[in-house]
Design a protein around this ligand. Structure first.
Ligand SMILES: Nc1ncnc2c1ncn2[C@@H]1O[C@H](COP(=O)(O)OP(=O)(O)OP(=O)(O)O)[C@@H](O)[C@H]1O
Length: 379
C-alpha cells in the first residue's frame, strides 16, 4: 500500500466502532468496497475481506464473478489483509431469484437488489461475517448510519447522486446493527481519487450497472429461459391491435424501447410507451402520449411497510422516491393494513408494482414497502 494520506477522509474515524475492532468488509472486487477496506485500515481497525459467490450458472461467461474475485484478491494483497470467500448461491437462488421469477410471472417488475440486501447481504452474509469473528461488517454502499437510542438509523449518503438507501430500505433495524458504510460520507469522485492515491488495483474499474446475474446480456433472452413466452396483442389508445408481443413480463410501465412497433404522431416519428397491461386479455396497452393519464398517479399503495424509524403522525410532510436516484418527491402518508397509502404533491410517472416506495424525512430514510398498486390516477 502506498504511503498513507493525510486527507481528512482517510484519517478521521467516521464510524462509531471502537479502535482496533475487527471489521469484515464485503469485497465485491469493485472500487467502493476496496476503498471501504482501505479507509477502515487507515482508521486503525483490524480488517479482513469477504467475497461472496451468489451466482454459479454462467455457461456463456456473462457473469463477472471470477474476475471480481481476482480483483478482490489483488485489493487484499495491496492492503495486506486476509480474504475469505463464501458461496451463497443457493440462498440467492432460493430467496432472491425465485422471487424475481415469481414476480415477473405475476406481471410485476421486481427489484432484486433490494431483495439481495434484505435476504442475502444483510442476512446469511452478515451472519457469516460475524461468525468468522467480526465485531462489525462493512460494505461499500453509499449510505450512512446514525446511532440513536432506539437503534441504528439509516441516513442518505452525502453524495446524492450515488445514494443507495433506496436499495437498503427493506432491511430491518436489527440487520443494520454492527454495520458500517465507510464511503457514505464521500462523493464518488473522492472515492476514485482515494483509490488512485492508495494504489488500489481497481481504481479505474467501471461501476457495475444493471442486475448482477444478467450482466450485459439481453434481458428478454435471459428471462425467456425461465418463463415461457405468453404472446398477446399490443393495443393502442383507440383499442386497435397494432402488433403482437411475446409476453407481458417483458414490459414495464412507462417503457419506451423495445416495443417493436413504429409510428408517427403529429406527422413525426414518435415512440410508443407502455401505459398498462390487461392481464385478462394478455394485452399490452401502449400510447404515443408520454404523459398518458394511465401513466400518471397521484398516489400509491404499498404492501407491508418496513419501518426503520417510528412512523410519523398522519399528515406529516415527508418525501418519497419510487425508483433509485429519483429526486425526492413531497408526499403525505396514511397507514393502511400494514402498508401505506402515499399521496404525492405532484403526480408520478410510471408507478411500477414490484418496485419499492422508499420514504424519507429529510436526511433520514424511514423505510420502504413494495408498491402494490398505483392510484388513484392523477385528477
Ligand atoms: N460478491 C460480493 N461479495 C462481497 N460483498 C459484495 C459483493 N457484491 C457486493 N458486495 C458488497 O455490497 C456493496 C454494494 O454492492 P453493489 O453491487 O451495489 O456494488 P457497488 O456499489 O458497485 O460497490 P463496489 O464498487 O464495491 O462493487 C459493495 O460495495 C460490497 O461491499
Amino acid at each position: 500500500m502506498r504511503a498513507a494520506m493525510s486527507t481528512p477522509q482517510a484519517s478521521a474515524r467516521t464510524t462509531h466502532a471502537p479502535p482496533g475492532a475487527h471489521v469484515i468488509v464485503g469485497l465485491s472486487g469493485g472500487v467502493d468496497s476496496a476503498v471501504s477496506a482501505y479507509l477502515l485500515k487507515e482508521q486503525g481497525y483490524r480488517v479482513s475481506g469477504l467475497f461472496m459467490v451468489n451466482w454459479t450458472e454462467d455457461e456463456e461467461g456473462y457473469c463477472t464473478a471470477a474476475q471480481d474475485f481476482q480483483d478482490a484478491r489483488a485489493v487484499c494483497e495491496e492492503l495486506d489483509i486476509p480474504l475469505h470467500r463464501v458461496d451463497f448461491s443457493r440462498e440467492y437462488r432460493e430467496r432472491v431469484f425465485a422471487q424475481f421469477l415469481a414476480d415477473y410471472a405475476a406481471g410485476k417488475t421486481p427489484n432484486p437488489d433490494v431483495l439481495c440486501n434484505r435476504e442475502v447481504k444483510f442476512a446469511p452474509f452478515r451472519e457469516h461475517a460475524l461468525r468468522l469473528g467480526a465485531d462489525y461488517i462493512a460494505t461499500g454502499h453509499y449510505a450512512r448510519i446514525a446511532h440513536a437510542a432506539e437503534g441504528p438509523q439509516l441516513l442518505r449518503a452525502a453524495d446524492d447522486n450515488k445514494d443507495q438507501t433506496y436499495f437498503l430500505a427493506a432491511v430491518t433495524r436489527a440487520q443494520l446493527e454492527r454495520v458500517l458504510f465507510p464511503v457514505g460520507d464521500l462523493a464518488k469522485p473522492q472515492v476514485r481519487e482515494l483509490a488512485t492515491r492508495a494504489g488500489l488495483p481497481v481504481h479505474r474499474k467501471k461501476d457495475s450497472t444493471g442486475i448482477c446475474f444478467i450482466g450485459e446480456r439481453e434481458f428478454r433472452e435471459f428471462l425467456s429461459r425461465y418463463l415461457k413466452p405468453d404472446p398477446g396483442p399490443i393495443v393502442d389508445d383507440a383499442g386497435r391491435e397494432i402488433g403482437r408481443h411475446q409476453g407481458l413480463m417483458y414490459y414495464t410501465l412507462g417503457q419506451r424501447r423495445g416495443i417493436g412497433v413504429g409510428g408517427t404522431r403529429h406527422g413525426r416519428d414518435a415512440p410508443w410507451y407502455v401505459v398498462g397491461k390487461d392481464a385478462a386479455r394478455r394485452a399490452l396497452l401502449v400510447s404515443q402520449d408520454p404523459a398518458h393519464p394511465r401513466l400518471m398517479s397521484a398516489a400509491l399503495r404499498t404492501g407491508p411497510f418496513n419501518w426503520l424509524a417510528e412512523p410519523p403522525p398522519a399528515g406529516t410532510p415527508l418525501q418519497a422516491r419510487i425508483r433509485h436516484r429519483q429526486a425526492l418527491q413531497d408526499c403525505r402518508i396514511e397507514l393502511e393494513d400494514g402498508g401505506l397509502r402515499v399521496r404525492f404533491a405532484q403526480p408520478q410517472r410510471a408507478v411500477v408494482p414490484g418496485q419499492f416506495c422508499v420514504l424519507y424525512d429529510g436526511p433520514r430514510c424511514l423505510g420502504g414497502g413494495e408498491i402494490a398498486q398505483a392510484g388513484p390516477a392523477a385528477s
